[in-house]
Design a protein around this ligand. Sequence first.
Ligand code: SF4
Ligand code: MSK
Length: 636
Amino acid sequence: MSSKWDYLKKKVPANQVSITPGVSEMIEKAEEEGIKTAWHRYLEQQPQCSFGLLGICCRNCNMGPCRIDPFGYGPQRGVCGATADTIVARNIVRMIAAGAAAHSDHARDVLKVFKLTAEGRIKTYKITDPDKLVWLATVLGIEVGDRRIEDIAVDVANILEKEFGKQDDEPLSLVKALVPKKRLKVWMKAGIAPRNIDREICECMHRTHMGVDADPVSLLLHGARTSLADGWSGSMMATLLSDILFGTPKPVKSVMNLGVLREDMVNIIVHGHNPILSMKIVETAMRDDIQEYARKYGAKGVNVAGMCCTGNEVLMRLGVPIAGNMLMQELAIITGAVEAIIADYQCVMPAIVDVAGCYHTKIITTEPKMHIPGAVHVEFEPEHADEIAEKIVKIAIENFPNRSRERVRIPKHKVEVVAGFSVEAIVEALGGTLDPLVDALRNGTIKGIVGIVGCVNPKVKHNYSHVVLAKKLIENDILVVGTGCWSIAAGIHGLLSPSAAEIAGPGLRKICEALKIPPCLHMGSCVDCSRILIALKALAEALGVDIADLPAAGSAPEWMSEKAVSIGTYFVASGLLVHLGTVPPVMGSRKVTKLLTEDIEDVVGGRFYVEPDPEKAADTIIEVIREKRRRLGWPV
Ligand code: SF4
Ligand code: MSK
């Protein structure tokens, strides 16, 4: 008799789920051992609710839930009278609010540690990049002179705290300090210059409450304003302060894929997004006494690997290997070789506790705002960061003897990468100025720049679109920069290696070979999409044009998270075409779909473009870049 697992395997054979070596092997192991992964649960969810897919269900009040008949035979209005246009717009605005909240609350946590450090109230952290602090203070209008670095830092913290709480209608301080004048003018005219991070998010919830804003245009404009508060202030702050505390990333060599796990060592995975604790975990694990402690428990030492964006944070600054991107978190446990996953927040699937329950793996949550039933919770307190990190690392080490050796199977595949291209690192690679890049763009040696970002999603073949799109763009002399789970996909598939220049077009290849850099540049975690904004700002200012005029675009080929909705929206509102490879839940309203994919371009210069096929998407992006070059009078 065929089992449920056979049925699931027939529907989606493991070798068709992902292009990444080791993934199908681990899915097969999961099935042999009767364990479900996200791919299995995705199948169990089929068919997914079509009202949800179209965005036309509303449960914003208890007269509902209401749903609109997309075929026009059934109800066309909710109980309150809300139309499909209103409901779809409200739903997408709530997604933006949640995404902006996640990024910006992450920033708030980093800011808190930064301020405590600056005030000397905690000794566990220090200011590692004073030059970046002085730069930030200067752009914020703070007097620097020969003042103590700590005093400057306190002033910076005080200004940044106001980003969350000021009550006037002036644009945010980071927006005024960093956004090019031409771009800010566009937002002022459209009434979408962001004023206060928390206020914009709060206003999203107010406007989408029953009986408030019913106009899809004003709803979406406020969504754009909220996303800009995220990109140019919330996410920007998280990036800038993490750089000041832990160092601005420089190119660093490392390795990626499940093969970074070690059979003979204690394997600890740091997972989530915030580097505050994970940096301490890595530092602690590297200590001689801790390595010795692991040997007492029968291991050769401690091996820390990253997952998702916390992985990107510790990769960029400490060269820590990465075991995988978001959909690979369960697979890492299924290797049977992971003693502990230490998770802060975001993109941590609650299912990892169930999967871990089938092995000896401990899931350790650390943030007051993220608990998972069944996980061990060791709460992070910045003032005791070192002790907490040591306690957690020791829990993992002491778990090593519980590993069941006969169930360990680690895929062998791993790939060398060069990561950590902050804007400063790119400028340094170019010889200290952006001029060579500006010249290459102008003369057509490089045709354009595309930021590929975002997640992975079991709705589409894992990592396929990320890799196909990036390859086609670099083949056409387009420099690819990116963050988040894309950067891990790119790394595993060899695109973050300088040798990948071999498959680039002749112009891009020449530049990459001269500078010894990959044609796809790893710029960090998803919060670090702010680095891409800074790169765009610098290019626009160097050329004397608006960001919308640049031969540049964005893409989130396999996105899934609400943060990605906010990121996509702030790139559109900053003037770019943004490609989405998985379909957003807006198709239930022609009006909203048209507003986002066409009409918004007249207001902000950017628009969304939805195309699941990465080859076709690449063709469109290339054509858009050509058109921008034509308008600039540059060779196509
Ligand atoms: Fe229904 Fe309107 Fe309430 Fe939404 S807000 S659940 S459409 S009555
Ligand atoms: S981890 S938000 S799945 S990029 Fe930043 Fe990956 Fe997307 Fe999470």
